[in-house]
Design a protein around this ligand. Structure first.
Ligand SMILES: [Fe+2]
Length: 196
């Protein structure tokens, strides 16, 4: 079954981006990731695995784009899902933040710094199966520097397409206003996926 784009009616609710940027990001770029995820899956299904090699084949090329389209889709889903504001951190979210970062302010500082440190990609607060702690990861593009064995909790898009149309190079201003837009209820719901 092909993946279908989800609906994120966030117009008029966000401080960090304008409705125009939201619509370009959601209705053009995000939908493109979903379309291309389905295309890549279709290409893998049709390609002959016997032709696989590290140089070039239809199978090999589709495999190279699989993680890009997979992560590009789900990271956007979770980014839009954790926007909308109108809520405060829930009990599990607060407990994880205080345990792993000390205070909410320290947590915000850490995520903000990671968003500034990333070249083109994402800042992702996630729980790791490796040490049963949460960390903030700096993903390059969608699929590089991407840890496995983690459950994402809060997602921040720092590709230039997320803010450049509104703010040009002012990524720090975009991240600062992102905090007013976080839908903490969505974050709290994700903590329910942490085992134990
Ligand atoms: Fe994006």
């Amino acid at each position: 079954m092909p993946v279908e784009p989800k609906s994120y009616p966030l117009e008029g609710k966000l401080k960090s981006i304008t409705d125009k940027t939201l619509q370009q990001h959601r209705d053009v770029l995000y939908k493109g990731y979903v379309t291309n995820y389905n295309k890549v899956q279709d290409a893998i299904a049709k390609a002959d695995p016997a032709t696989a090699n590290p140089h070039f084949s239809d199978f090999s090329e589709a495999k190279r784009r699989e993680a890009w389209t997979h992560n590009g889709t789900i990271l956007h889903d979770w980014y839009f899902e954790n926007l909308g504001g109108g809520s405060n951190p829930g009990a599990k979210t607060k407990a994880l933040i205080e345990r792993d970062f000390g205070t909410h302010d320290k947590f915000v500082e850490h995520v903000t710094a990671t968003g500034k440190a990333t070249g083109v990609g994402w800042a992702v607060w996630a729980w790791s199966i490796l040490d049963n702690k949460t960390h903030v990861y700096a993903l390059d593009e969608h699929q590089n520097n991407c840890p496995i064995g983690v459950i994402p909790l809060l997602i921040l898009d720092v590709f230039e397409h997320a803010y450049y149309g509104d703010r040009f190079t002012d990524r720090p201003g975009y991240i600062k206003d992102f905090w007013a837009d976080v839908n903490w209820d969505a974050v709290e719901k994700r903590t329910g996926m942490i085992p134990g």
